[in-house]
Design a protein around this ligand. Structure first.
Ligand SMILES: Cc1ncc(COP(=O)(O)O)c(C=O)c1O
Length: 403
């Protein structure tokens, strides 16, 4: 990363560890998605980045939110989204959660069981419900299968029950798994959605929307061996465009198409500024030596997903001519899982790193702030800071700090 951007400037000038979000980058990513999928309604999965300023900038652009709890619903409303642009997207909710969402004015609820839909009818009378269909999770780094979603036959049962209980059977949804790396997964999900729409029509149920879920990938991750993970984004978007047209052709009434991207909007527009705790060289019992690079930031304070993906590291104060050594990268806590790639895959790092040297951890904007523990080993959650470029390209720094 050599060019100067608001993000790199904020990372360079930071006087301590933090997560930095580039609001302009997030807005551009949102605008690009709207252009790529004409007519799509975006409900940002706010669990991926529950930072007020990020939510405000998306709400201002017309995005709605996929919220997973009453607390997330309240945060989405505070960010300025009207209640009809916020849905309760979690199939798991207690009676109390449903009643609270209803009190907050939420109309649309995800469901996947008769038990849940019966509770929605009782605690959010007259609500609109959409039924989540199960997917295989194949092709995704995080499958999100088994725990959520039902079969097409069950979806017919759930949505006809909803109608019988006075609810509006408003839609269907899927989630193909997070960081989905294949177009085939969406193709399969679209086939299932099409078959289910047809089955529902035979029961007189005509949904007004289909929610294609999250799963759109980040582009800047590396795999556990440090090789770039290159998702076929163009192919995925083509499958989605064609699938959207096909679904629109299947219903007699207009069909809205919704998506709930999380990581795709924020991952590549957030980075962590951490520092080197220590670079060590140790002799193992078998007589070999290895290097370990311990950072101030790891699984419990910003890099929760480091067991599945690795992030590109930049050492901004080391000259490019420095010699490198292979080192296992790890976080600062007492947990041995707090390491890149399970601690088994070294990556090249400058051999002369010393304690306190700054490190930039790129493409770390998704799930960084939400998956931070409150003080495991006394490691404090990182504050987050938002920046944006002004008209001459220079940053207007730091508008939010959160602990
Ligand atoms: C219901 C739902 N929608 C959307 C998302 C966002 O997924 P992603 O970050 O892969 O886009 C998630 C993530 O867990 C989810 O559970």
């Amino acid at each position: 990363m050599t060019t100067s951007t608001p993000l790199t400037t904020a990372l360079r000038t930071a006087d301590g560890d933090r997560v930095v979000y580039d609001l302009t980058g997030i807005e551009t990513q949102y605008d690009t998605l709207l252009r790529e999928l004409p007519g799509i309604k975006v409900r940002f999965a706010l669990k991926a980045c529950p930072v007020d300023e990020v939510l405000r900038c998306l709400a201002d652009r017309g995005a709605g939110f996929d919220a997973a709890s009453p607390a997330e619903i309240a945060q989405a409303l505070r960010a300025g989204a009207p209640a009809d642009r916020v849905h309760y997207g979690n199939t798991i909710k207690s009676d109390h959660d449903i009643a609270e969402a209803h009190r907050l004015g939420i109309r649309d609820y995800a469901t996947d069981s008769v038990e849940d839909v019966t509770a929605i009818a009782r605690h959010a009378p007259g609500a609109r419900v959409f039924c989540r269909l199960a997917t295989s999770g194949e092709g995704a780094l995080w499958g999100l299968n088994r725990k959520f979603g039902c079969s097409p036959e069950d979806a017919v049962r759930v949505l006809t029950t909803a109608r019988d209980l006075g609810l509006t059977p408003a839609g269907l949804s899927v989630h193909v798994g997070s960081q989905q790396m294949t177009g085939e997964a969406w193709q399969q999900a679209l086939d299932t959605l099409a078959d289910t729409l047809t089955a529902l029509a035979a029961h007189g149920v005509v949904p007004d929307h289909v929610n294609l879920g999250g799963g759109l990938p980040a582009l800047g991750y590396r795999d556990l061996r440090g090789e770039p993970l290159v998702p076929p984004l163009d192919k995925i978007l083509t499958v989605l465009r064609e699938g959207m047209d096909r679904l629109r052709g299947l219903t007699p009434a207009p069909l809205d198409l919704v998506m709930e991207p999380g990581r795709h909007l924020v991952a590549d527009h957030g980075a962590v500024r951490a520092h080197v705790s220590r670079l060590t060289r140790r002799r193992r019992p078998d007589g070999t030596h290895d290097h370990w690079l311990y950072l101030s930031c790891g699984k419990y304070n910003g890099l929760y997903e480091m067991d599945q993906v690795t992030h590109r590291l930049v050492f901004p104060t080391r000259p490019a001519t420095d010699p490198y050594v292979p080192a296992v990268v790890a976080g600062p806590t007492c947990d041995s899982d707090d390491a890149y790639g399970g601690g088994r895959h070294p990556v090249p790092v400058p051999a002369a790193l010393t304690s306190g040297d700054p490190v930039w951890i790129l493409s770390a904007g998704a799930y960084a702030t939400s998956y931070m523990t409150q003080g495991f080993n006394g490691v404090r959650p990182l504050p987050s800071v938002c920046v944006r470029g002004d008209t001459d390209g220079s940053p207007a720094p730091s508008s939010e700090e959160r602990h």
